[in-house]
Design a protein around this ligand. Structure first.
Ligand code: WT7
Length: 646
């Protein structure tokens, strides 16, 4: 067992202790200085450490807003994630799967096991007619086959489009239609909080009016899912006779690796396009340095594969580093509130990466419960997805990390492909509520509306400057206009606008304040109010609606809806229908926590709904000048309705 020295505290800053520093992969700031001098060269040097069939000709090419990395290079991510590890880590555990039911056995895959499973399934996909460049839908819960599917696609150069298994069939359908996927991989079901979720039924609905010709079904719960003849095939039948060797496809550095949809400022989700070369390099080195991944680490990232964190740090990153990682099927508080502690202790997790919403939930169940666990294998803790408030930071640091573990608060986005802002564990400094320093080679700044760089402690818009990073999205799938408008319009085509607001302290540590667009974070899940509004607007009795996020103790934010309805229906019934529509169109995670039926929504004279005012009705802030409203009386009415329903 490792020694238990505490993290060093100096004033409000935290630093690694000598013992940690001694073993850390990155121990001092030299790497920052080197990277800042020539970021392109810095990334090129890192790129040399992953496997290429053919080296690139040019490191970085910029044709604003478009850019490319490692141009002319030929690569396949599985060559580094799998093959490379066969030499030195053939029998090392790559993947541990922990099922939700405690009575069920875990599944373990060594690097060699995983390699063979991926090859078998890659061959099966080929037999189904999947070719390089084809899109493949993946609608799977947290089972090993999710990881195998992604890697098998990558192996043959097919583009995976993972859809979060708790998204609705409608959300699945939109993504399958947009990408014209020919194959979908799903499961009969899975366990969630002790219940069987019948995923195949959802998948069937989502398949309507799509180009999907073949559906591969993982048998997980054996719920006698209906299989359609000629279309649906069991995974186990398909791979039974496949060879465990499949040649990897030679991919261009800038070829698509995957598309992952995320919520933007409008109702329609955007397909973020990530490419083979840059993503591989960035995923490898952010995972390695930020989590200080060494040979003996056991990495557990709690995010679902349906989100970018599940892609980069729940699959590719740890494999590229040759690590052992865990995926968990269930909810971290099921069947007991400290299930997550049991998992950490069962496997000796050293690196635990989760979201502030989970941390707040753990706290709600009581500190005593956590104190019963020693959690002594933990070394590095990570937080992601939304700003972590000071109370949650301290509780995570003190009660989970026992003041011995470094806590990396990692800022990034689906678009960035990998973490861009966080201090490194062997270097520091760490400061509660601050994500920290930009990763070496990343140029971030905080600008005012006019594009002027702001001094310390002034809040403004967070931007990333050229040469950006190798893993940043290349475009929005089939929608270059949206790509341009969302990220490259506010400050011209050479500056990537994150749509986050932030500030820097005098040490250059960055604190993320929150989104400046209509994106809300519900238990770490990214949604836009526009998506919910489009869903609600489908109701025939509803004239108009507005959705805003309001603060919530555990989830960070929850959506609330304001609705103007045509008819005087019983409120309870209408509320149920509105919530039903949101669940049907997006999924249960998006359910409004409350629906307010109001007479009128506050609007400007030009008819724009003032969501800002609706938001402020919950925060207790002053509402500001209402004289610009066309209907200032609406505000009182809304306020009364909110109070009445408390
Ligand atoms: C948005 C991106 C990328 C992993 C999961 C989220 C917010 C993310 C932090 C953090 C404060 C954060 C930002 C960002 N965010 N990490 N450490 N501190 N805010 O990815 O779903 O694409 O959401 O999440 O607002 O823009 P995502």
């Amino acid at each position: 067992m490792r020694k238990k020295a505490k993290v060093v505290k100096k004033g409000e800053l935290y630093f690694p202790n000598q013992e940690f520093k001694k073993r850390a992969l990155i121990k001092d700031k030299a790497v920052y200085r080197k990277a800042a001098k020539n970021p392109v060269k810095f990334w090129e040097d890192l790129a040399k450490e992953v496997n290429w069939y053919k080296k690139w000709k040019k490191g970085f090419v910029h044709k604003p807003p478009y850019f490319q990395w490692f141009v002319g290079g030929k690569i396949n991510i599985t060559e580094t994630a799998l093959e490379r590890n066969l030499k030195t880590r053939r029998n090392k555990l790559a993947l541990i799967w922990e099922p939700e039911p405690v009575t069920e056995r875990a599944r373990y895959f060594t690097y060699y096991d995983l390699f063979r499973e991926v090859n078998r399934f890659a061959n099966a996909l080929k037999k189904l007619g999947v070719k390089k460049g084809d899109r493949v839908g993946v609608y799977l819960p947290m089972v090993p086959e999710a990881i195998i599917s992604m890697l098998a696609c990558a192996r043959i150069g097919a583009v995976h489009v993972v859809v979060f298994s708790a998204f609705s069939s409608k959300a699945l359908q939109i993504r399958l239609q947009d990408t014209k996927a020919k194959v979908l991989i799903t499961a009969d079901g899975y366990y969630r909080r002790g219940e069987v979720i019948h995923l195949k039924q959802n998948a069937d609905k989502g398949l309507k009016d799509t180009d999907v010709k073949k559906v591969v079904v993982v048998k997980r719960v054996d719920n006698e899912a209906k299989m359609r003849k000629g279309r649906d095939l069991w995974w186990h039948d398909l791979v039974k006779n496949e060879s465990d060797w499949c040649e990897s496809a030679v991919m261009d550095s800038e070829d698509l690796l995957f598309i992952l949809y995320t919520s933007g400022s409008t109702g329609k989700p955007k397909g973020c396009c990530h490419v083979c070369g840059g993503y591989t390099v960035q995923a490898n080195f952010t995972a390695k340095w930020i989590f200080d991944l060494k040979e003996d680490d056991i990495f557990w990232s709690t995010a679902d594969v349906g989100w970018i964190t599940g892609h980069t740090y729940g699959c590719y990153g740890p494999l590229l580093c040759g690590s052992t990682f865990i995926i968990f099927e269930g909810a971290p508080d099921w069947p007991t509130p400290d299930r997550w502690c049991d998992i950490i202790e069962k496997y000796g997790v050293t690196t635990f990466y989760t979201a502030p919403t989970a941390i707040r939930m753990f706290e709600k169940y009581g500190i005593d419960l956590i104190r019963r666990h020693k959690l002594e294998t933990l070394q590095v803790l990570g937080s992601v997805g939304e700003p972590i408030d000071e109370a949650a930071w301290k509780m995570f640091f003190k009660e989970v990390g026992k003041e011995r573990c470094l806590l990396v608060d990692t800022w990034w986005q689906t678009e960035t492909g990998g973490i861009l802002i966080t201090s490194l564990p062997g270097v520091g400094p760490f400061k509660p509520t601050f994500a920290g320093l930009p990763f070496p080679g990343v140029k971030a700044d905080i600008l005012d509306e006019k594009g002027r760089s702001l001094p310390a402690n002034k809040e403004g818009n967070l931007v990333i400057l050229p040469p950006f990073t190798p893993g940043l999205l290349r475009t929005v799938y089939k929608n270059p206009k949206k790509f341009l408008k969302t990220y490259w319009a506010d400050y011209g085509k050479k500056i990537y606008f994150t749509n986050d607001s932030a500030l820097k302290d005098k040490n250059g540590l960055i604190r993320i304040v929150g989104r400046v667009d209509d994106v809300i974070k519900v238990a770490g899940h990214r949604l836009t109010t526009g998506e919910l509004e489009s869903a609600i607007a489908l109701h025939k009795d509803i004239i108009e609606c507005a959705v805003v996020g309001r603060a919530h103790d555990i989830k960070g934010e929850v959506p609330v809806a304001f609705v103007v309805s045509k008819k005087k229906k019983p409120v309870k019934k209408l509320e149920k229908e509105v919530i039903g529509l949101v669940r049907q169109e997006i999924g249960p995670i998006a359910s409004p926590s409350k629906v307010y039926f109001v007479r009128d929504l506050p609007k400007t004279r030009s008819g724009k709904i003032m969501r800002r005012i609706l938001r402020k009705l919950f925060t207790g802030e002053g509402l500001g000048d209402l004289s610009t409203l066309a209907n200032p009386e609406s505000v009182d009415n809304v306020r009364k309705i909110i109070q009445k329903s408390k």
